[in-house]
Design a protein around this ligand. Structure first.
Ligand SMILES: CC(C)(COP(=O)(O)OP(=O)(O)OC[C@H]1O[C@@H](n2cnc3c(N)ncnc32)[C@H](O)[C@@H]1OP(=O)(O)O)[C@@H](O)C(=O)NCCC(=O)NCCS
Length: 261
């Protein structure tokens, strides 16, 4: 199973972000929190709108607050690069079940995104006219993968966990978990959808939907483990049967800083 993506080029570069003819490109970036300095965090905060700042202020733990701020700043920088607008200018509205969308929604531009924050890593995906979901999870030594899979996953997924090589049980679990989270975030259903109502297989990731759900061919998935051992999955539902291309790389704090100035 291929779970690692190697670092590539920076977030904003000539030709990295595209519109129009290449609208099927899905841009994925992640940012390990250990790389975020105090000044970088301060600049991230300047990008957020009043509502985001108020929400940031309500976190009890500093790690959660920092991850929230970094994730929301990353989303704004990526939206700004793709939509060619000031990152601080974006406004959001809550879609069905609370999924954030770029305002006005539904709007003519069709710029979509999803973000995820764990304490040690944040991630974001942006693209045009595509339902998107992303999830990042840190490795957790205390996980009980078999018990959790039996409780929350579809039977076929629980069978994958039971059949996994003993040293890779947690990795297989986190691969499936992130895919499931990315999927329910892309549909916007969140946890209103039963996690056992669909199932994933791995290598490559593929979904089996319930009878009556016929859009499985329009779904595209990416799942990998970063060099710092974070598990990331992305789900993308294209409105057409066209192939999508995932452009996935780590973001650099310096790029956030440049755009925040
Ligand atoms: C909200 C949820 C969609 C994801 O939550 P999460 O994995 O805890 O958190 P993430 O950091 O990955 O994502 C949170 C972001 O998702 C977005 N979001 C919120 N509701 C959403 C929805 N209905 N659909 C899509 N995205 C949503 C928001 O941007 C939110 O960030 P914000 O709160 O900073 O604005 C939901 O699935 C949830 O609460 N999951 C709990 C995790 C769990 O128990 N999973 C079991 C898997 S086996």
């Amino acid at each position: 199973m291929e779970l690692t993506v190697r670092p590539q080029s920076p977030l904003v570069e000539s030709g990295s972000f595209v519109t129009g003819a290449e609208a099927e490109v899905i841009h994925v970036r992640w940012l390990p929190m250990r790389e975020m300095t105090g000044p970088a965090m301060a600049r991230c905060l300047t990008l957020l709108d009043p509502d985001e700042r108020a929400r940031a202020g309500r976190f009890v733990f500093e790690e959660d607050r920092s991850a929230f701020i970094a994730a929301h700043a990353l989303a704004r920088v990526m939206l700004g690069a793709l939509g060619r607008r000031d990152p601080a200018s974006w406004r959001y509205v809550a879609g069905q079940h609370g999924k954030p969308e770029v305002a006005p929604w539904p709007g003519p531009a069709g710029l979509r995104f999803s973000l995820s924050h764990a304490r040690t890593c944040v991630a974001c995906v942006v693209g045009w006219n595509t339902d998107l979901g992303i999830d990042v999870e840190a490795e957790r030594p205390q996980l009980s993968p078999v018990d959790l899979a039996d409780r929350f996953f579809a039977p076929a997924e629980a069978a994958i966990i039971r059949a996994a090589p003993p040293l890779q049980t947690r990795a297989f679990f986190l691969a499936l978990w992130t895919l499931k989270e990315a999927f329910i975030k892309a549909t916007g259903e969140g946890l209103t959808r039963s996690l056992s109502s669909f199932s994933f297989s791995l290598s490559p990731p593929a979904i089996t939907l319930e009878a009556g759900e016929s859009d499985a061919p329009n779904w595209h998935f990416l799942q990998f483990r970063t060099e710092a051992n974070h598990f990331i999955a992305v789900a993308a539902r294209s409105p057409t049967a066209r192939a999508v291309r995932f452009d996935a790389r780590p973001a650099q704090p310096s790029e956030l800083a440049v755009l925040a100035e």
